[in-house]
Design a protein. Structure first.
Length: 276
């Protein structure tokens, strides 16, 4: 059940691509990293249900250092509303812990389909979203932060993503955050949702039969080292070369890959008998 050169190469290429996209476009790579991990694990004989849970748990573990470094960068620019970030984050962490517990008891097919639908919706949002003009003062309600944070955390835990794709529009449209504050604050609270979800995947996967080597519960350290070790430095490259590369075209390429991943995870291509 050891990974071969092909699987390692796929993870390395994924880490580089996700890192560049993150630094250049300001988007997370959860929607790309999860499917590649899932297919890599399946190809070495891991049961699909276990494979998708490991992909979710390990993905959240990759989000942790990325979210932390991003939050510190946004903090230096004064773009993190820490009262909201901490309250939202703690509520989100509790929700993510519960969401990962739920995912640890759901069939693999349900998880892959739910993830695929989320990827497609995320791609549609990236394709159509335009930052609105906000003239109102942002919400400072702890109750609102908690009431939004728990269900968002549950959703993040179930499908193994940091949750920024959901948090940013809610902060902008429902809580009236300025877009730069929404981006910065969502990055900060992803530290908490990722930690809560990863902890739950670790605990709920302990003692499970059929885990691949280098796994602790539903966390695979081999994949984590490759993805985190490659994506973080390449995010710096992406950020530093943002003015040299065609960001608009790369954004559309990223969205196209998201749609492909989403449809494949939903089983649409298999249903249509398309060998792609």
């Amino acid at each position: 059940m050891e990974m071969q050169a092909a699987q390692v190469l796929a993870l390395l290429i994924t880490g580089i691509g996700v890192g560049i996209a993150s630094g250049l476009l300001g988007v997370g790579g959860c929607f790309i990293m999860v499917p590649v991990q899932f297919w890599a694990l399946k190809s070495i004989g891991v049961d699909p249900t276990i494979a998708i849970r490991i992909a979710f748990g390990t993905n959240l573990l990759v989000v942790l250092p990325t979210a932390f470094s991003g939050a510190m960068a946004h903090h230096k620019k004064g773009a993190v509303r820490w009262k909201a970030g901490l309250t939202f984050g703690i509520a989100g962490a509790l929700g993510a812990f519960g969401g990962a517990f739920i995912a640890s008891h759901l069939p693999g097919k349900v998880l892959t389909t739910a993830f695929g639908v989320a990827v497609i919706l995320g791609g549609i949002r990236m394709l159509t979203a335009k930052p609105p003009k906000i003239d109102e003062e942002p919400s400072d309600s702890l109750t609102a932060f908690i009431l939004w944070g728990i269900p968002l955390g549950i959703f993040s835990g179930i499908i193994g993503i940091g949750g920024g794709v959901l948090m940013i529009p809610i902060m902008v449209f429902a809580l009236k955050f300025k877009i730069h504050q929404a981006v910065g604050t969502s990055t900060a609270l992803m530290i908490f949702t990722a930690a809560g979800g990863a902890l739950s995947y670790w605990i709920n996967g302990l003692g499970v039969d059929g885990l691949p080597p280098y796994s602790t519960g539903y966390l695979n350290w081999y994949q984590w080292i490759i993805l985190a070790g490659v994506s973080i430095p390449w995010a710096v490259v992406g950020a530093n070369t943002a003015h040299l590369l065609p960001a608009k075209q790369l954004k559309y390429l990223f969205i196209t890959v998201m749609f492909y991943m989403g449809l494949k995870m939903c089983g649409v291509f298999a249903w249509l008998h398309l060998p792609i």
